[in-house]
Ligand binder design. Sequence first.
Ligand code: CP
Ligand code: NVA
Length: 321
Amino acid sequence: MTIQLKEAPNSLKSLAGRDFLTLENFKKEEILSLLDLAEQLKAKRKAGEEEHTLKGKTLGMIFEKASTRTRVSFEAGIYQLGGNGIFLSTKDLQIGRGEPIADTAKVLSGYLDGIMIRTYSQEMVEELAANASIPVINGLTDLYHPCQVLADLLTIKEQKGALNGINITYIGDGNNMANSLMIGAGLMGMNLTVCAPVGYAPSEAIVTKAKQHASISGGKIIFETLPNEAVRNADVVYTDVWASMGQEEEQKQRIEAFQHYQVTAELFALAKPDATFMHCLPAHRGEEVESAVIDGEQSVVFEQAENRLHAQKALMTELMG
Ligand code: CP
Ligand code: NVA
């Protein structure tokens, strides 16, 4: 039996041609509609069907940092939608030799239907988007990882049946994942507790933005320095690496600073009995998480990774369609 895709609600029609540089580019209703489409595309794929909504369209994928999930899920996703993906390393592009971002954006807009970029600077992604006439998708910067959180929201909705009012505890570095989780939780009415060692808390500017969103959605952004307290009543316990890409030289000092912030089986047991463990991956077992937790029954890290594909297919369909 062929699964019919539902007609998108009016609110979603306006996503065509837009950028996805941060979750703040979309309203709560738009994110919910994207998740709905992602669920439909996932069901289709599981039924052995594909919807060629992007037939003949081309996505350029610029990478200045390493990637497994983002690269493969975008590339497989665009093919499954009937389009083509081109992998572009900044080592080979003229950007690497100093060609201005604005010129690159204008040139690529003449060839492609969308650009996904993974790089260090959020400002660079914003400059690319400002000068491109096609949608630009942020595939991770030092500041944000919105595609990951889109997939995470899909995963939480599947696991818990809702987003509103769900308690998530993020333990670890106040990095790009923490920032995007705060914005996502704030927008979607979730209660996020962030637990980071002193000196590694997320930036105040992002906290302020997330709290503003939470005040509208009814969510909460809470800070707690003691991991044992932070995980109490958590529906989801989330962590990420202690040293992100670009921070390799700080690895030793970070292991020291974060030693009491590991998600151990003992700590995870303090969360709700049916709590779910999440991690964006790649993970370092024995650092931010014990293998008993990440490889345990309550971990959904591989479902989460798979959902990158479905969430991004929904995103590309709406932005590039
Ligand atoms: N989670 C994530 O973005 O993984 P990659 O770095 O492998 O793309
Ligand atoms: N915080 C990590 C996320 C990797 C997906 C990093 O930026 O390296």
